[in-house]
Ligand binder design. Structure first.
Ligand SMILES: *[C@@H]1O[C@H](CO)[C@@H](O)[C@H](O)[C@H]1NC(C)=O
Ligand SMILES: *[C@@H]1O[C@H](CO)[C@@H](O)[C@H](O)[C@H]1NC(C)=O
Ligand SMILES: *[C@@H]1O[C@H](CO)[C@@H](O)[C@H](O)[C@H]1NC(C)=O
Ligand SMILES: *[C@@H]1O[C@H](CO)[C@@H](O)[C@H](O)[C@H]1NC(C)=O
Length: 196
């Protein structure tokens, strides 16, 4: 159920051509993904996947890759065992955590000038056993496309098993797109899945 939708327009200044215009969609959690076109032309990453081979997700019909080749660094984690039995998307069970570095980026191949839908999901699942989303302190980190800020991922007061979704329509500025997690000093950035 889509409850709210915030649409912003971001214009990149100066040297970049005027076509770099992004439509920002701020989607609330628990939106089901159905009716996806087949995987060809899609990049779907199940972040933190321990298996080194890709798999065909029966729920979405999409082919999910592990992080290898898309990002350097990071630690593979999985949500708390006690949530594993919940009817999660397969992709929410593992995540990639980035305790080191102020900025860690996924690099996705793209075609310059082409428009893409980016979708990132975040499920904390108390993976570190620290109850970070519900301990009363601020828990948030930044999400950037290249050097441009996309949005903050604010998981403060966020239920352990709720999925936070971020979606963005963007035009590729080159033949690769960087999606970066930025440590803002309010918790360790992580990501559960990333789709292009
Ligand atoms: C890893 O992937 C291979 C090939 O798809 C599969 O046979 C194996 O069961 C998987 N291992 C785990 C732990 O999921
Ligand atoms: C994934 O599996 C579904 C059936 O579960 C099949 O229809 C689809 O073609 C498969 N996708 C790929 C890329 O193999
Ligand atoms: C997390 O911490 C908050 C505040 O201390 C507490 O109320 C809550 O019960 C804790 N939740 C879990 C699952 O540990
Ligand atoms: C993050 O969310 C918390 C709880 O909803 C809110 O109090 C806080 O102002 C938010 N911070 C930012 C920077 O959005």
């Amino acid at each position: 159920m889509l409850e709210t939708m915030v649409i912003n327009f971001i214009c990149w200044p100066s040297t970049k051509p005027a076509w770099i215009l992004a439509l920002l969609l701020n989607l609330v959690p628990m939106i089901q993904v159905h009716g996806q076109p087949p995987s060809s032309g899609f990049i779907s990453i199940d972040c933190g996947l321990r298996n080194s081979s890709s798999y065909n997700d029966s729920a979405t019909g999409l082919w999910f890759d592990p992080d290898d080749g898309y990002v350097e660094g990071g630690m593979r984690k999985q949500i708390s065992q006690k949530f594993m039995a919940d009817p999660f998307n397969e992709q929410q069970k593992t995540l990639m955590s980035f305790p080191d570095g102020s900025r860690n980026c996924y690099t996705l191949p793209s075609t310059i000038g082409k428009k893409y839908l980016l979708r990132a999901t975040f499920t904390y699942g108390n993976y570190d056993g620290l109850n970070k989303t519900l301990d009363g302190s601020l828990f948030l980190f930044g999400l950037h496309i290249g050097v441009n800020s996309w949005e903050a991922v604010n998981l403060t007061n966020w239920d352990h098993t709720s999925i936070l979704w971020k979606e963005l329509l963007t035009v590729a500025p080159s033949n690769s797109l960087s999606v970066c997690l930025v440590n803002l000093g309010s918790g360790i950035p992580f990501i559960s899945s990333l789709e292009l």
